[in-house]
Ligand binder design. Structure first.
Ligand code: PGA
Length: 225
């Protein structure tokens, strides 16, 4: 049985109070996940200590990392700063590529930082060429990385790609990056999630909007099980 990953991405959302409310509601009743399902939540950096205090029982991820090490890089969070706290780092999301000018080379530097500190990189790609660049720039990515494939038109639009199309692209991505888990993201909701995770080449989902509401996120997780 393949390992399935469900990754919630809060993006630039939630005050500390909002995050606390989310945690209370989400953790109200325990969720029993089989070992074949890995749940990862990627809140913003300033929420992380709340997750630790709340004894969040699933994996934590960060939404970005510095391409540099620790030191004189004002405003950046280095991989060494979140080692032992974040197990995963989402890198190269299309919103970062678009709004923050991240190139394949910058993403590759971030991946190298993550790998140096044993943080599993989840690299977001919206086209196959980005996966090719990643393989060439950081061959070691394949040892522990994951790919989150997100077609641009599907992100936040309510227009998810079809599971079949997604499976075709996931198949291409696996050919480029053998044995790397390929997740799909873009308007995944409780109603459509099962269609994706049952595709042969898809090993999970990235969830933006539907992870912000704790009950909706629980419903989505329940729909996968
Ligand atoms: P969405 O975002 O689920 O709101 O479409 C997905 C993502 O950008 O990771």
């Amino acid at each position: 049985m393949k390992q399935l990953y469900i990754l919630g991405n809060w993006k630039s959302n939630k005050t500390l109070a909002d995050a606390q409310t989310w945690l209370q509601t989400f953790q109200d009743t325990p969720i029993n996940l089989p070992p074949s399902v890995t749940l990862i939540v990627c809140p913003a950096f300033h929420h992380i200590s709340l997750f630790i205090e709340a004894k969040f029982s699933f994996a934590l991820g960060v939404q970005d990392l510095s391409p540099f090490g620790s030191g004189a890089y004002t405003g950046a969070i280095a991989a060494s700063m979140v080692q032992g706290v974040a197990t995963y780092a989402m890198l190269g999301h299309s919103e970062r590529r678009k709004h923050f000018g991240e190139t394949n080379e910058i993403v590759a530097d971030k991946v190298k930082q993550a790998l140096s500190f044993k943080i599993r990189p989840v690299v977001c790609v919206s086209e196959v060429s980005q996966a090719l660049a990643l393989r060439n720039l950081v061959p070691d990515f394949m040892k522990s990385g994951l790919i989150l494939y997100e077609p641009l038109t599907a992100i936040g639009s309510g227009q998810a790609d079809s599971p079949e199309n997604t499976n075709t692209t996931a198949h291409e991505l696996i050919t480029i990056l053998p044995s790397v888990p390929i997740l799909y993201g873009g308007s995944v909701v409780p109603q459509n999630v099962k269609g994706f995770v049952t595709q042969e080449c898809i090993s999970g989902v990235g969830v933006g909007g539907a992870s912000l509401d704790p009950q909706k996120f629980r419903d989505l997780i329940a729909a996968v099980l």
